[in-house]
Design a binder for this molecule. Structure first.
Ligand code: ADP
Ligand code: MG
Length: 324
């Protein structure tokens, strides 16, 4: 069963300016990590708006800056430049009004799974009876039944990840950030978890999820943001992205083609080191369409795309020429 995705507003393009405040707004944000050894631009000039009730999936290769982006939204990291706004308010430090499923489950080792989750309810001053009811629901939903009294070291990676998801959902925060919440889970648990996250957004809350699971993203996301080498290279509505006409950025196309049920053509080579990015398009060295312009000039992010080949519209002229 596929969950019904609700799309009440058009979410393409930048929505800066008018209308209700975005749940999340990133405006030209960069994050640089400087050390004696290296200088890394983990995020470079990223802009993204997430509307209340919207579910955005972030995909991209390891080390491209996905977790950094989420930490920035949570106020756990400070931007080197640009602005981060939640509900129109500038983020200046760690936020307590968001739920966060960390990439590595953050559970207290000396508390059982149940008591780890209950602690979140206490921190949020929830009334004990309703907190207990909600926790029991979440335990059922995340498939933790039978493991309530287990301590974190007794939980498998997948179970710990499920406990982390339950923990993030408990407060019904208006914004939920999830960093690979389904890694290591069986298919049915992946679906249960993302369906529960989806229900969360259907109640008007926003969700930003990082995932390698494209099937899960297709199942529940409203929009997809594709990251590569510290930038968002494409933002698209999920339906045209996963269906027709498909992604516009060559990296994103490669990502879908690499799925077993598609062409299964892996993207050749390795992504560049963020400390040693080329002057031009970071994907140029791996891109079948790259020309001199791509190696010389970094493509601007325009019309939800950073690629010299498809500046406007949904078509990909070079791909079409190659297919003809
Ligand atoms: P992803 O989640 O996409 O795998 P990350 O956001 O974790 O990528 O990391 C992006 C880049 O930033 C990597 O090169 C990583 O080494 C670097 N990085 C992340 N956090 C820090 C930090 N606190 N200090 C220095 N470099 C960091
Ligand atoms: Mg990460």
């Amino acid at each position: 069963m596929t969950m019904q995705k609700q799309r009440t507003t058009s979410r393409t393009g930048s929505t800066a300016g008018t209308g209700p405040a975005a749940a999340v707004r990133l405006a030209d944000v960069s994050v640089r990590f400087r050390s004696k050894k290296r200088d890394v631009t983990a995020i470079g000039d990223v802009s993204l708006d997430v509307a209340p009730g919207e579910f955005v999936a972030i995909v991209g290769p390891s080390g491209c800056g996905k977790s950094t982006l989420l930490k920035l939204v949570a106020g756990l990291l400070t931007a080197s430049s640009g602005e981060v706004l939640l509900g129109g308010e500038q983020v200046t430090g760690p936020r307590h009004d968001i739920g966060y499923v960390f990439q590595r489950a953050a559970l207290l080792e000396w508390r059982s799974a149940l008591r780890n989750i209950l602690l979140q309810a206490e921190i949020r001053h929830m009334e004990p009876a309703s907190a207990r009811e909600r926790v029991d629901d979440l335990i059922r939903m995340t498939g933790l039944t039978g493991f309530e009294d287990a301590y974190p070291h007794e939980l498998s990676g997948g179970l710990a990840q499920r406990a982390a998801t339950a923990l993030a959902l408990i407060g019904d925060a208006p914004l939920l950030l999830a960093d690979e919440p389904t890694t290591g889970l069986d298919r049915d648990l992946v679906e249960r978890t993302v369906d529960e996250l989806r229900r969360h957004t259907d109640e008007g809350r926003a969700l930003l999820i990082i995932t390698h699971d494209l099937a899960a993203a297709e199942r529940i996301a409203d929009r997809v943001a594709v990251m590569y080498a510290g930038r968002i290279v494409e933002i698209a509505d999920a339906a045209p992205f996963f269906g027709a006409p498909g992604p516009r950025h060559p990296y994103a196309r490669g990502l879908l083609d690499a799925l077993p049920e598609r062409d299964f053509a892996p993207i050749p080579g390795m992504p560049p080191e963020l400390g040693a990015l080329p002057d031009g398009c970071a994907f140029a060295a791996r891109c079948a369409y790259a020309d001199a312009r791509c190696t010389d000039e970094r493509p601007a992010f325009a019309s939800d795309l950073a690629c010299h080949h498809a500046p406007t519209g949904r078509t990909h002229p070079l791909k079409e020429a190659a297919d003809a």
